[in-house]
Design a protein around this ligand. Sequence first.
Ligand code: C5P
Length: 224
Amino acid sequence: SEEPLLAGRRVLITAGGTIERLDPVRYITNDSSGKMGFAIAAAARRMGAEVVLVAGNTSAGSFPEGVQHVQALSAQEMYDAVLRRLADTDIVIMAAAVSDYRPKSVAPQKMKKTGENLILELERTPDILQTVGQRKGKTFVVGFAAETEHLEEYAMDKLQRKNCDLLVANDVSQEGAGFGTDTNIAQIYNKDGLLENLPMMTKPEMACRLLRIIASTLEAAGDR
Ligand code: C5P
């Protein structure tokens, strides 16, 4: 059994991919399974936290027990679900793969095909993590970054730009890391640089390691 390192902490985790609708029967999504976020939610609960899991489109199986589940399929729904709860949250962990773009307009009826090519216009979605970083107050904020190159440079840039306390960087070009896999490989950065190198391990194991790092960072900051 797990030590109650997060007893009394209110933790919000986002997980899975978002769905951005084109019309009533079509949408844009990505390969995120939600496994990493689900594993973090389950581990945080075992460590004594009060957990809210804001889930998009997932294929990670059933929701972890003892966790409050909020469904938020689109980037906008996820933005609303997270921002509404921010002031009542001690730790936010953004493991979701949020779509960067969405169709500029959503057709109210099923779109009909024509003989012509179809050009879709996409617009940017709101950046949830960036907004959370701007409004975080005392909330501890953890971001994720999936990269295929220049891991450290991109991770540090993202950490600063989005005002995160920790950033978990995954090199998704490596075997055993990233979308859909049961294992992950990660480097954890704080504002001073590389904090911890986590070799390939299962997502539940990585979830525990990450939460212990968060707990000890909070403890070191004297926030008990
Ligand atoms: O910029 P990038 O998408 O690589 O940043 C990844 C991090 O930002 C993840 O923690 C992801 O959940 C979050 N994110 C977000 N809202 C977006 C895009 C990314 O919260 N629109």
